[in-house]
Design a protein around this ligand. Structure first.
Ligand SMILES: NC(=O)c1ccc[n+]([C@@H]2O[C@H](COP(=O)([O-])OP(=O)(O)OC[C@H]3O[C@@H](n4cnc5c(N)ncnc54)[C@H](O)[C@@H]3O)[C@@H](O)[C@H]2O)c1
Length: 282
């Protein structure tokens, strides 16, 4: 089965890099007219060029998703190029490393502006249009941090928790307008986002931290942007017509098959009141 987006217009935010770029290219290969939206003009144009080379239709829109006026203007430009919006992938996001104590107010506000308010602004513009045109699909990029506690990711995790709950709210409020809304919760995916985070937070130790982060995932490696794009294609296709309000982990086994390291840690901290092995065995 090939999931088709033929004849559909799909906006991908943060499409100039990493996961967004992979989604934009895969959607174009599967027939969509892709709107490449990003705050960074040159990378967005470069992805536009890659889509053109595939012989697919596209539009490049430069927009900072934290700015309500810029988002409204971007959607007006999108209206001029297409009479409907079928798919919005809210992918643009930023990272942050820190605990409750080491996260300053400025960093918290910035994370919320991009990772939460940005999704709110773009979704509002899209839902207005989708409601008028008979429906559509919104796909949000959450994180494994939406589902489990990750060390040193206080503000990032909070922002991605909000993405998960926003997904459910949109799904339930606009079900009757035939709008589906889901999110993907990736664990570590190797993109410029990761390389940048390593450069900023672990200067001089990037290679060692890269190895450590890879090993910390049960499958022993980071995921790839193409692996995220494949799930995004399914969730945005008509074949996923019965799926809404859901969060899909794409996590290298983190939830379902924790690594030996995680299992060892659990063994050395037994849960109080849990049955012992002897009591369990018959
Ligand atoms: N890479 C990972 O390990 C990982 C894991 C879980 C979730 N995610 C999420 O996936 C999404 C994409 O991550 P990535 O790794 O591809 O990142 P990336 O840094 O490679 O790409 C992010 C893109 O978003 C754009 N962007 C940032 N701020 C913007 C703004 N204000 N307005 C418009 N565009 C903006 C950037 O210019 C960039 O092109 C993010 O939401 C991230 O939180 C990533």
């Amino acid at each position: 089965m090939t999931f088709s987006l033929r004849g559909k217009t799909a906006i991908v935010t943060g499409a100039g890099s990493g996961i967004g770029r992979a989604i934009a290219l895969l959607f174009a290969k599967h027939g969509a007219r892709v709107v490449v939206l990003d705050v960074a003009e040159a990378p967005a144009k470069a992805v536009g060029g890659e889509i053109e080379a595939l012989g697919a239709e596209h539009q490049v829109v430069t927009c900072d998703v934290t700015d309500a006026r810029a988002v409204a203007t971007a959607f007006e430009a999108i209206d001029a190029g297409s009479d409907r919006i079928d798919v919005l992938v809210n992918n643009a996001g930023i990272a942050h490393v820190g605990t409750l104590l080491s996260t300053d107010e400025q960093a918290l506000d910035r994370l919320y502006a991009v990772n939460v308010k940005g999704l709110y602004l773009c979704s509002r513009e899209a839902v207005l249009r989708m409601s008028r045109s008979g429906g559509g699909v919104i796909l949000n990029m959450a994180s494994i941090a939406s589902l489990i506690g990750l060390e040193d990711r206080f503000a990032y995790s909070m922002s991605k928790g909000a993405v998960l709950t926003m997904t459910r709210s949109i799904a339930i409020d606009f079900m009757s307008a035939n709008i589906r809304c889901n999110c993907i919760c990736p664990a570590r995916i190797h993109t410029p986002f990761v390389d940048q985070m390593l450069r900023k937070n672990y200067p001089g130790r990037e290679a060692a931290m890269f190895e450590e982060l890879s090993r910390s995932q049960p499958l022993g490696r980071m995921g790839t942007p193409d692996e995220v794009a494949a799930l995004a294609l399914y969730l945005c296709s008509d074949e996923a017509g019965f799926v809404t309000g859901q969060a899909y982990p794409l996590d290298g086994g983190m939830l379902g098959a924790p690594s030996q390291k995680v299992r060892d840690a659990a063994k050395s901290h037994p849960v109080a009141g849990a049955p012992t092995k002897e009591k369990d065995s018959k």
